[in-house]
Write a protein that binds this ligand. Structure first.
Ligand code: BG6
Length: 512
């Protein structure tokens, strides 16, 4: 990524007093600074209602860098001082249209003083109620006009809470901005291992010929978390796992696994192919809604000697809440490549470990020549694309056990990113922020695809909303979720892969 491509610019963060700025955005910007990836003239203006001075904002951000930046350990006082000089703060009422004249004036002054030009990125890390308002108020000040420099908006999730609100938000943004100015973030796309899915598929001649219904039996996509809702109970209770994880992160992973090869690695080509996957998702029938979507909620349990509270006892959560903290579902993609291949998707909080991965289950060999032994079931090779932690790839393959006869054993062929010495794995926000600075939308969600993903999920939300008696299964914290989820997977011996913390340790021992 050549530095010359990044123009001088100013980044404005709305919601600058919040957690995301402190934990993720500013530490990521610091890491970019340390890699000399920021443009020559660059500044960050934090904007929020809270009253900070430049000084007190810098102090808070320094604390964030010291705790959360990847390059925190090597951060010298001089480094931080030099970076701090790029940080500024402005307190305004972000829901007051009139206050945006103050912002405009501040931006004029800063860009003049620091010679950043009139290239602005506006990052909305605010409560979602402000998503339509801030861009509108900016536009009223002419801050959407690209005549004197680019103007881009980054919007955090949740982009809408349902199909209707997502359409309305897109419509409102497009009144003042071009699609090319709108960057809808999904931080999963910033993960190095998620991008590697494209490379695995399209830089290797050996996988792609097998990547279809003729050779693949089914595909699993799991995003397991061991944390609960933490201090986000009041947000989460109005959201649930379907909105929080499936509509965005998991459907994005699905699109990357299932898409056709793009004509080029660029924003249009890749996003066109992803869109086609969303369009081909088979709409869920009443029967599918009843049988193929399972939801659960964590209950109180002792985990490693600690009593973890039930979801309903978490701060900010309704004591009778029926919000799902776990979802498992079976879906199909109706196109030539995937006809008849089930995709099993699963996510949950308070599961035994944090692990996200995609598992490709290849079909078994047509004849089971070596079935005659206990260790080998001939239920097909598996390719595991591990997104986190212990990022890597694992291929499960049958090998002959040395000695008499033909004893076969399943062994692992694996690659772990940590085997790449001296290679730095950037954080998702680093990659995404830099892409926006360069003007590359490839890893951001296009408006039409976002609506299409909502279109798929909406009937599930409606079904749950309209039918109070749809089961919500309790599962003890620290377990793998409701056991009924196992019944989703067809085939007598088939079940989910239960991943371990270490990618290749399954079947041997599991360190949780
Ligand atoms: C966020 C969700 O988008 O993703 C959180 O709102 C979730 O609930 C998080 O914990 C998971 O992200 P990661 O990068 O830790 O897998």
């Amino acid at each position: 990524m050549g530095k010359e491509k990044v123009k001088n610019q100013l980044l404005v963060i709305f919601g600058a007093s919040g957690d995301l700025t402190y934990r993720k955005l500013v530490p990521a910007l610091y890491d970019l600074y340390k890699q000399d990836a920021l443009p020559e003239n660059f500044a960050i203006l934090g904007v929020a209602r809270s009253s900070f001075t430049d000084e007190s904002f810098r102090e808070k951000m320094e604390d964030g860098i010291r705790h959360f930046a990847s390059k925190r350990e090597e951060a010298t006082v001089e480094d931080i001082e030099a970076f701090n000089k790029k940080l500024f703060y402005l307190s305004i009422n972000t829901d007051e249209a009139g206050d945006y004249a103050i912002l405009k004036k501040k931006l004029d002054e800063l860009s003049e003083e620091l010679n950043t030009g009139k290239n602005y990125i506006f990052y909305l890390s605010t409560p979602p109620a402000l998503y339509p308002l801030v861009p509108k108020y900016l536009a009223e000040q002419g801050l959407n006009d690209e005549g004197d420099g680019f103007k881009r908006i980054i919007i955090e999730k949740p982009f809408g809470t349902d199909l209707k609100s997502a359409i309305a938000l897109n419509k409102s943004l497009l009144e003042d901005y071009e699609e090319e100015q709108i960057y809808r973030i999904d931080h999963y796309l910033g993960k190095e291992t998620v991008q590697n899915m494209l490379v695995t598929r399209f830089a290797n001649g050996i996988y792609e010929p097998l990547w279809n219904r003729n050779y693949i039996h089914h595909i699993e996509i799991t995003a397991a978390e061991n944390i609960g809702v933490e201090n986000r109970g009041s947000y989460y209770d109005n959201s649930g796992a379907m909105r929080d994880m499936v509509q965005n992160h998991l459907l994005q992973l699905l699109a990357l696994v299932a898409m056709e090869p793009p004509m080029a690695i660029d924003a249009d080509a890749i996003r066109n192919e992803k869109m086609k996957v969303f369009q081909a998702l088979r709409p869920l029938t009443q029967d599918d809604l009843k049988v193929n979507i399972i939801r659960g909620q964590y209950t109180e349990a002792h985990v490693r000697g600690k009593l973890l509270p039930a979801y309903r006892d978490e701060k900010g959560v309704d004591a009778n809440s029926r919000t799902e903290t776990y979802v498992a579902m079976k879906v199909f993609i109706d196109n030539w490549r995937w006809a008849g291949v089930p995709f099993y998707i699963r996510t949950g909080k308070r599961l035994p470990i944090r692990a996200s991965e995609v598992v490709i289950h290849f079909r078994p060999t047509p004849q089971s020549l070596f079935i005659d032994n206990d260790e080998f079931r001939n239920d097909g090779n598996r390719l595991i694309l591990r997104i986190q932690p212990d990022e890597g790839i694992l291929l499960k393959t049958g090998m002959k056990v040395p000695g008499r006869g033909y004893q076969v054993k399943e062994v692992n062929m694996d690659f772990h990113y940590n085997q790449l010495h001296n290679t730095y794995l950037p954080e998702a926000y680093e990659r995404l922020l830099l892409d926006c600075m360069i003007g590359d939308q490839t890893l951001y969600i296009r408006g039409d695809a976002l609506e299409q993903a909502w279109k798929f999920v909406q009937p599930i939300l409606d079904y749950w909303g309209e039918n109070e008696d749809v089961p919500l299964y309790g599962y003890p914290s620290g377990s793998w979720g409701p056991s009924v989820a196992d019944d989703l997977i067809e085939g007598a011996a088939m079940t989910w892969r239960y991943p371990c913390k270490n990618l290749s340790d399954d079947g041997i021992y599991c360190e949780l």
